[in-house]
Design a protein around this ligand. Structure first.
Ligand code: PLP
Length: 411
């Protein structure tokens, strides 16, 4: 028998979603006539925009004709898409990127997990706590996290608590770190960072010789013009930040799969000997070695999101989810619970009342309102005492869920 990679054994079982499923199943068996509403999922529910569907249908037809058939796509993406991204997502914000600095992939999850491969196992990483679990688990697999400790953490990871007390904008690390994972608008807290708050991170990274991995998967939910849509709006960020984005929550691509990662040519790492190494060149090498690109059909669909019609339709979907977020935020706040996020973000982060833990409030919502949520403790130790609701449901179910929470929950 071959010896396995022991780092994979170091991953703490994430029992979050299976625990939720078990409790929901038990509830369903005991209450067969109850109509459950799920506000726990982070998956979209609205269908693809018609402009995107049409573009993909046309691309399928092209693939079916000898004259227009295509084989392998370029590993890092078609220029028809990378040019659109540079022109629409960055240039209007005053950010100049060349299409080669944009790498198309099949998902933000894939990229946020794989990007670690170009960094040394010795690198110290920092994460905001609570956290999108992929950042932590992929570093455990890479042998960068050390042992799991009893307080739900890993000994070599630097955790940066984000709570209501610090406005979900954590203090800078109190020691040197090499890589910092930031996600704004944040999953799970729904927090956003303004210009000054983001500049503080860029300045820190420049001072410390650190690199920021900036996950902007929910960037299209930002409606406040004063909030940066990309970290590159901060001066000097192109030298110290890689940005990850996805069509999943923007254009409803969770089941289609298309995303992109920006690795500016100005971003540098260093070799053991201390020589500067281009991270762009390393990521290009990594992707062209291990990845064979996103299909032409899918990239044509993603490109259609930038057509005038596609932009309008995609924006309507995001607006729809933002309206759900408003309904949840205002409705739940009306019960007296403290509520965060939900403006400029599809996640609503609810503080549990004094004396109730994350799972207690989860059970209350399940048993009394028949609403499924996600306990904050599942996202990290600092998520204890909070609960996440999502805006990705249908309007009818969202309104009904909020009504039930307002009328049935006794706090
Ligand atoms: N990044 C964050 C913060 C997410 O919440 C998610 C999905 O929930 C992703 C990335 C994954 O995106 P994708 O569907 O592109 O893999």
């Amino acid at each position: 028998m071959p010896r396995v990679n022991e780092h994979h054994l170091a991953i703490k079982g994430s029992y979050l979603f299976s625990d939720i499923a078990k409790r929901v199943k038990a509830f369903g068996e005991a209450n067969p006539s109850a109509k459950l509403i799920r506000l726990g999922i982070g998956d979209v529910t609205r269908p693809l925009a018609p402009a995107i569907v049409r573009a993909m249908q046309d691309a399928v037809a092209e693939m079916g004709r000898a004259e227009t058939f295509r084989g392998y796509p370029p590993e890092t993406g078609f220029t028809f898409l990378t040019e659109l991204i540079a022109a629409h997502d960055y240039a209007p914000r005053g950010v100049n990127l060349t299409p080669e600095e944009i790498f198309i992939s099949d998902g933000g999850k894939t990229d946020s997990a794989n990007i670690g491969e170009i960094f040394a196992p010795e690198c110290v990483i920092a994460v905001v706590d609570p956290v999108y679990p992929v950042y932590v688990d992929s570093n455990v697999m890479a042998g960068r996290a050390g042992r799991a400790t009893e307080n739900g953490r890993y000994e070599r990871i630097v955790y940066l608590p984000a709570t209501a007390e610090n406005g979900f904008n954590p203090a800078l690390p109190d020691r040197h770190v090499d890589l910092i994972y930031l996600c704004y608008p944040n999953n799970p807290t729904g927090a956003v960072l303004g210009q000054d708050a983001l500049k503080r991170w860029v300045d820190y990274a420049r001072r410390e010789g650190a690199l920021i991995l900036y996950d902007a998967a929910y960037e299209s939910y930002i409606r406040d013009p004063a909030i940066p849509r990309t970290i590159y709006e901060i001066e000097g960020a192109q030298e110290v930040a890689i940005e990850l984005r996805s069509f999943s929550k923007t254009a409803g691509f969770t089941g289609v799969r298309c995303a992109y990662t920006v690795v500016p040519k100005a971003c540098m790492g260093r070799s053991a000997a201390g020589e500067a190494v281009s991270l762009h060149a390393l990521w290009f090498r990594r992707q062209s070695t291990k990845f064979n690109g996103v299909s032409y059909i899918i990239q044509k669909g993603a490109a259609a999101a930038y057509s005038p019609e596609g932009q309008k339709q995609v924006r309507e979907s995001v607006d729809f989810y933002l309206e759900n977020a408003r309904i949840i935020r205002e409705g739940v706040a009306g019960t007296g619970l403290a509520v965060y996020g939900g403006t400029n973000a599809p996640y609503i982060w609810v503080r549990t009342p004094r004396g109730l833990g994350s799972w207690d409030l989860f059970d209350k919502l399940l048993n009394e309102a028949h609403v499924v949520s996600t306990p904050g403790a599942g996202f990290g130790p600092s998520g204890e005492g909070y609960l996440r609701l999502t805006a990705f449901g249908s309007r009818e179910q969202t309104v009904e869920a909020v009504e039930r929470i307002k009328t049935r929950i006794r706090l």
